[in-house]
Design a protein around this ligand. Structure first.
Ligand SMILES: [Zn+2]
Length: 320
């Protein structure tokens, strides 16, 4: 598990040797499953992503899809030149709610896969596997990489909205495992229809698709269009920011902690942070004129896949 990494000090006698962890003594694989895309990462014992790859492949609950998933995992392990016994497990991040044993999807409206099991996902995966809610996985990655041990709310602004409540560095799941589901908090009574069946939910206003629908679903292109000064893009952004400020202020009133903007939109929002803060500050009951509690995610891409894998790394380190 450890190797000599050099020497330190010079006190006249023999120099003290230093040791470091052999980073790829063990690794974990992480997957991020979305409607049209699969991301695969391999993470080492230091939590660093040593391989990342992605492929466009629409989700379907078929044997062919799961076979493809198994092949992707095998390819990733091979590309890293690792023996299979070095792989601790495969964490599968999904846009759904998962039972506490990480084996079954109990709410899966986004991909219409309620009831799907880890067994079915891992039919062709030759390693221990577990399912993880996407936002919770991303929140876990954020707390690992930024060394956050305190309380924060991770707001996942991707094609769907997710949230993760992290208390003292640990994800708080709630009594029925749907804590932090900010996507279904109503911000506009009788507003736009949400996929959940209700109206006016945060998801219907803050999903990244509200922006990327202007650019054929490509969020990077949307932000390029916005930067170019396009009027329509600016108008949509202005509305988006107003709704975002409202949602974020609600979170702050409820949890009184840092709110991290993550997901697809979070990875582009850094330069707009002063505007987001100024809008949210106007709504703040307690610290008038301040919204410095809003931060941007430090882990910009592959947070879900990495977080799903990190669960295996973390459990392994705890077991030593
Ligand atoms: Zn909803």
């Amino acid at each position: 598990m450890v190797e000599e990494s050099g020497s330190m000090g010079n006190t006249g006698g023999r120099r003290a040797k230093t040791y470091d962890i052999i980073k790829n003594a063990r690794v974990a694989v992480g997957l991020d499953i979305t409607r049209n895309h699969i991301t695969v990462v391999v993470v080492d014992l230091k939590g660093e992503v040593i391989l990342r790859t992605g492929v466009r492949h629409p989700f379907e609950r078929t044997d062919e899809y799961y076979r493809f998933l198994g092949a992707l995992v095998d390819q990733a392990v091979q590309k890293c030149g690792l023996a299979p016994d070095k792989v601790l497990g495969v964490g599968i991040g999904i846009p759904g709610l998962v039972t506490p044993d990480h084996q079954k999807v109990f709410y899966g409206k986004i991909l219409n896969f309620t009831g799907a099991t880890c067994e079915e996902f891992s039919t062709y995966i030759n390693y221990p596997s577990s399912l993880f809610n996407d936002a919770n996985a991303a929140g876990f990655a954020e707390s690992w990489f930024s060394n956050r041990t305190k309380n924060f709310f991770y707001l996942m602004l991707s094609n769907n909205i997710g949230g993760s409540v992290v208390i003292n560095g640990e994800v708080y799941n709630g009594d029925h495992l749907h804590s932090g589901e900010i996507g279904h908090l109503c911000i506009v009574p009788n507003g736009r229809k949400c996929y959940c069946g209700q109206r006016g939910c945060v998801d219907a206003y803050l999903a990244a698709t509200e922006l990327s629908s202007l650019t054929d679903g490509n969020i990077g292109n949307y932000f390029a269009l916005l930067k170019s000064g396009n009027k329509e893009a600016k108008a949509v952004w202005e509305q988006y920011l107003q709704h975002l400020a409202l949602a974020v202020n609600n979170l702050y009133m409820l949890f009184d902690c840092t709110v991290i903007l993550g997901g697809y939109v979070g990875s582009y929002i850094e330069e707009y942070l002063p505007t987001v803060r100024s809008y949210a500050a106007e709504l703040n009951t307690f610290e008038n004129g301040d919204a410095s509690y809003i931060e941007v995610c430090s882990y910009k891409t592959e947070a879900i896949a990495a977080g799903a894998a990190l669960n295996y790394i973390s459990a392994f380190i705890d077991s030593i």
